[in-house]
Design a binder for this molecule. Structure first.
Ligand SMILES: [Zn+2]
Length: 319
C-alpha cells in the first residue's frame, strides 16, 4: 500500500471516529475546542469536552457586548445515548463576566441548560421510553444508568397529565409514596367513586396544598353569571377518617353530603371490636368465655352448632 493510501485511510478513520463522537454527543465538530475519550474496563465511556468560545457574545442581563472570559466550571454529566453502556461527559464549561453590570453567566451548550447532571439527550430518551406503559420507572432507570428517583423527577417535570372533570360522587383518599420529591410522603388521590376512575393525583395531602388546588379549580371554572364552578358538580364526597379531608370537603363542597367510605368505616369498626374483645378476654377469669373470645370466628363458621367448650382435637383456627 502506498504512503498516500495509508494517510488517506488514517484520515478516514479519524473522520469516522470524530463523527461517531459528535453523533453520540449530539454536537457539531466545529463547536469543539478539545475532546478526549476514554473507554474504561467496564466498557463505560468517558468524554472530556471543552467547547470553543463564542464570538459576538451579549450579556443576558443588560445586553452589553463588553464580555470577558471568567474561567471554567467542571461538570460531570450522565449522557446515556448508548443503552448498552454507561457514558459520562466531563464538561469544562466556560464562564463569562459582563464588564458593564458585573454579572457572570455560563456558555450555552447542547448538553444541559440547568444545574442538573443529566443531559438533554438522556432526558429525551427517558421520556420516549416512558411513553410505553410496559416500561417501568425501574427498567428505564437501569437502561440509562440513572436512579429511579431521577426518572420520576424527569417524568413529573416534563409530563403534565390533565385532570378529569370532578365527578358527582368524589372519593378522596391517599397513597403512601416514599419516593416522593415533595415534603409529604403521602399522595392525595381524587377518584370517581362510582366508576373507580382516577380524576387526579396530587403530590401532597396537606390541607393547604389541597385548598390551593381546589381554589384554582374554582377560579378557573367559575361562571360569573351563575356564580357556580365545577366544584358544584360534586354532590357526595367520600373520605377516609382523616380530619383534613373532612374540613376541606365542608369548605369547598358545602352543598355536598360528606361521608366516610365503607372500607374505612369497616376497618374502624373491626379495630374497635378487636380492642374490646381482647380487653374482655384479658379481664375475665371464665375459661369458657376466654375460649369464645379467642376463637370468636368459630361462632360465624359453625352457626347453631357452636359450642363454648374447647374441642379435644387441636383447633387450628386463629384469632
Ligand atoms: Zn451585563
Amino acid at each position: 500500500m502506498k504512503l498516500s493510501q495509508i494517510i488517506m485511510l488514517g484520515w478516514i478513520f479519524i473522520i469516522s471516529n470524530q463523527k461517531f463522537i459528535t453523533d453520540i454527543l449530539n454536537i457539531n465538530y466545529d463547536q469543539i475546542e478539545s475532546i478526549d475519550s476514554i473507554k474504561n474496563s467496564d466498557h463505560s465511556l468517558n468524554f472530556f469536552v471543552k467547547l470553543k468560545p463564542l464570538s459576538n457574545l451579549k450579556c443576558p442581563y443588560c445586553d452589553s457586548c463588553h464580555i470577558v472570559g471568567n474561567g471554567f466550571t467542571k461538570r460531570k454529566l450522565i449522557h446515556s445515548t448508548l443503552v448498552n453502556r454507561k457514558c459520562l461527559i466531563f464538561y469544562k464549561r466556560r464562564r463569562y463576566l459582563c464588564k458593564d453590570c458585573s454579572s457572570s453567566f455560563s456558555e450555552k451548550n447542547p448538553f444541559i441548560n440547568t444545574g442538573e447532571s443529566v443531559t438533554l439527550e438522556t432526558k429525551i430518551n427517558v421520556l420516549k421510553d416512558l411513553k410505553f406503559v410496559a416500561n417501568t420507572y425501574s427498567a428505564v432507570a437501569a437502561r440509562y444508568n440513572i436512579s429511579v428517583t431521577k426518572v420520576i423527577q424527569i417524568f413529573d417535570k416534563h409530563v403534565d397529565i390533565k385532570r378529569k372533570p370532578l365527578p358527582e360522587v368524589l372519593s378522596i383518599d391517599e397513597h403512601f409514596f416514599p419516593q416522593s420529591n415533595y415534603d409529604s410522603l403521602y399522595m392525595c388521590i381524587f377518584m370517581d367513586f362510582i366508576t373507580g376512575e382516577i380524576v387526579d393525583v396530587l403530590p401532597d395531602r396537606k390541607k393547604a396544598y389541597i385548598a390551593n388546588y381546589l381554589s384554582a379549580i374554582r377560579a378557573q371554572t367559575l361562571n360569573k353569571y351563575t356564580n357556580k364552578s365545577e366544584l358544584h358538580n360534586v354532590k357526595y364526597v367520600s373520605i377516609d377518617l382523616y380530619d383534613n379531608y373532612r374540613d376541606i370537603a365542608h369548605i369547598y363542597f358545602p352543598k355536598a353530603i360528606v361521608c366516610a367510605d365503607p372500607f374505612h368505616v369497616l376497618k374502624h369498626l373491626i379495630e374497635g371490636f378487636n380492642q374490646v374483645r381482647l380487653r374482655c378476654r384479658r379481664e375475665t377469669q371464665d375459661e369458657d368465655i376466654q375460649y369464645l373470645l379467642t376463637k370468636f370466628k368459630n361462632i360465624f363458621k359453625s352457626g347453631s352448632t357452636w359450642t363454648t367448650k374447647p374441642n379435644t382435637t387441636k383447633d387450628s383456627s386463629g384469632i
